[in-house]
Design a binder for this molecule. Structure first.
Ligand code: SF4
Ligand code: SF4
Length: 506
């Protein structure tokens, strides 16, 4: 048995925050019944949206792909129950604040009939490259909230010299407890997923990082590890400090390696996967079930019975909250995600998607307060885990100064919200940084579009010049031929030239 170890790197900044997790972890995970309709957004991951491969009126089975990947970063979407496709239309979603996105809506037939499972083979006998393709076909993405396609992330790691797989069980944001209950109730699947990932990566060390305030999860994982008897896997406790679960912060804590500015964990030989992602990989590769459900924390003072639920992807928040016992009369503000990094939504008709780790319903936005001028106290810089200067970034964001924002490292900001929490002037720094990042992305997209247009224009000019040269050469050749030809042939050549000139000028 491998005992939990503590030799950790140091995290800069961060905050010890009240967890608010007790109420949602008292009871076991609650299974939400299959709803009357599931609403499946085709864009549930970072990258190009999947493309529907079903039509309205089609009958589909549970686990059947209903949208296929499009582009290098694509991931399929699977039907989460059996039934009939009744619409492919715009529906409110949580990834676009207040916005709608294309969704495939399936009316359940109540049978929950599964499609034929993929051939289940011993994953150790599958070539790692084939295993990556299988993981892609399972629709698996990072379930910690980032929803980066898992197969593509593993592929990136395989092209470098990866030494450590780090499973992220550090659920440091207040209120969220879905990974904690997953590790308590499905520790075997989490560690089984780690073994599959180790084989896919051809790596020999996996650290499972868990916060020290999750003794039950640590105990269950330790028992499961004893049963597996796999010395490649080591459980590491990390201190309960927000945001120690950020990828770069976790690499620093667990592997004592610093991810360079603008870089990735793979640059320092590490790849981080959420514990939920590992369990999803196990469910697909070992049991043949694609990613069609997930665990979500339903909590806050606006929820009558806070708990964790397992629901089909596409179940609406309204259906889930009803199943847990409904809202309290304090319910006023709905957030998908945690209080610091989540998104406010205006309707509970949004569906649970692969990214939905938490449904938080509160009386008011806990962290929204009246804003005052900056007093240059420097508290925001002291807690920033990326060692940025948030007050400087804020000024440059207000001035819309892209160069200074880049120079001061805005793109390294992980939007953790620590600076907001300590700011005595209640300045919504993170919201400003999010907007500024969006503007920088838009500018970069505009530049890329302009560059593509410039290249197209130059290519067109080159083509026209080449065609003109070819016409001139042809004419010169015909003139040479005409020197030995009679008057009729010369007249024909002149006519042809005139026609060509007319064509090119029209
Ligand atoms: S914490 Fe707030 S008031 Fe203090 S320096 Fe930062 S932005 Fe200014
Ligand atoms: S939101 Fe960005 S700037 Fe603020 S503390 Fe977090 S990483 Fe630093």
């Amino acid at each position: 048995m491998t005992a939990p170890t503590y030799d950790l790197g140091k995290l800069h900044g961060g905050l010890r925050l009240p967890g608010h997790k007790e109420s949602s972890t008292r009871e076991p995970i609650l299974d939400v019944p299959v709803p009357a309709n599931v609403v499946l957004p085709i864009e549930q991951h970072v990258g190009e949206p999947a493309q529907p491969v079903v039509d309205v009126g089609d009958r589909v089975l549970k686990g059947q792909p209903v949208a296929e990947p499009d582009g290098e970063m694509g991931v399929p979407v699977h039907a989460s129950t059996s039934g009939t496709v009744v619409a492919i239309e715009q529906w409110p979603v949580s990834r676009r604040q207040g916005g709608k996105a294309p969704c495939i809506i399936i009316e359940s037939d109540g049978l929950d009939e599964a499609s034929a499972k993929q051939d289940i083979a011993d994953y150790r006998k599958i070539e790692p490259a084939d295993l990556l393709l299988r993981i892609l076909n399972g629709g698996i993405v990072g379930l910690g909230g980032a929803v980066f396609p898992t197969a593509q992330k593993l592929m990136q790691a395989r092209t470098g010299e990866t030494e450590y797989l780090i499973l992220n069980g550090v659920e440091c944001e207040p209120y969220i407890s879905c990974d904690d209950v997953l590790m308590r109730e499905r520790s075997t699947e989490v560690l089984g997923g780690a073994q599959v990932l180790l084989h896919a990566l051809q790596v020999n060390t996996c650290y499972v990082a868990v916060e020290s305030d999750k003794p039950e999860a640590i105990a269950r994982l330790t028992e499961a590890l004893a049963d597996l008897d796999d010395e490649r896997i080591v459980i590491k406790q990390v201190p309960t400090i927000y945001p120690s679960g950020g990828e770069d912060q976790l690499v620093q804590l667990v592997a004592n390696r610093e991810v360079p500015s603008g870089g990735l964990p793979t640059d320092v030989g590490c790849i981080v996967q959420n514990v939920g992602t590992a369990a999803a990989v196990y469910d697909w590769i070992v049991r043949g079930e694609p990613l069609i459900s997930r665990i979500t924390t339903v909590t806050g003072d606006g929820i009558a019975n806070p708990t964790n639920v397992r629901s089909r992807i596409g179940t609406t928040i309204a259906d889930i909250v009803n199943c847990t016992g409904g809202y309290t009369d304090r319910a006023n503000h709905l957030i998908i995600g945690g209080p610091l990094t989540g998104k406010s939504v205006s309707t509970d008709e949004v569906p649970v998607v692969k990214a939905s780790n938490c449904v938080l319903v509160v009386a008011k936005s806990t962290y929204t307060r009246g804003e005052l001028p900056c007093i240059r106290c420097g508290d925001c810089a002291a807690v920033c885990p990326v060692q940025l200067l948030p007050q400087q970034l804020f000024w440059h964001a207000c001035a819309d100064d892209e160069k200074q924002l880049r120079d001061f490292g805005l793109t390294d900001c992980i939007e953790c919200g620590c600076c907001d929490l300590v700011c005595p002037s209640h300045i919504p720094l993170t919201a400003n940084f999010r907007i500024a990042k969006g503007r920088i992305r838009e500018l970069a997209d505009e530049k890329a579009r302009a560059e593509r247009a410039r290249r197209r224009f130059e290519a067109r000019n080159e083509r026209l010049e080449r065609e003109q040269r070819e016409r001139d050469d042809e004419l010169a050749r015909q003139k040479d031929a005409a020197k030995t030809a009679g008057p009729a042939a010369i007249a024909e050549i002149l006519k042809r030239k005139q026609r060509k000139d007319e064509d090119s000028s029209s």
